[in-house]
Design a protein around this ligand. Sequence first.
Ligand code: ADP
Length: 178
Amino acid sequence: MTDVKVECVQGDIAAQPDMDAVVNAANAHLMPGSGVAGAIHDAAGPGLAQECQALAPIDPGQAVISSGHNLPNRYVIHCLGPVYGVDEPSDKLLADCYRNALMLAEQYQLSSIAFPAISTGVFGYPVREAASVAMAAICEKLPDLGSVRHVRLVLFSDADRAVFQEALESAPLSGGKL
Ligand code: ADP
């Protein structure tokens, strides 16, 4: 058993002041965009895009870390999710985003991290499939976590929150196969 708290909430990823890091559903160039990337860059201010220039471009599945600028969080972890049906294998690349983000959080000794539903917006990943990949990848990592004690999934709609909650309840606690 693990004592890491994992929860699914409805809300805005850019308004999670009690988290050490928030995850950005980034584009390859780590520039402001629509959806999550728009909300995060708007709240962080132009310093975030400036810092990100040196970190870009990134590949699908990869995660990089920057400071949080005007966000209430110390760090932003930027992940490039797979474009559904284009970047293959999509499920492994999506799982890599969650695993790599958690590994960065551990490297930086963070205790809390909040994720959005990576790839489920303009990148077209069906929410139900994305939820089961995400929750399996997170649950598989729980036994390896030392500093991270709190993982939050922040879903924009209550319908998506319910889908992620269901996936959390049925995720294997270890031994994911991706
Ligand atoms: P991607 O390009 O990885 O698909 P998007 O930002 O387009 O990323 O969307 C990812 C998911 O995040 C979608 O389900 C979308 O509804 C949701 N979303 C959009 N804005 C926010 C926000 N401010 N906070 C949390 N989730 C958001």
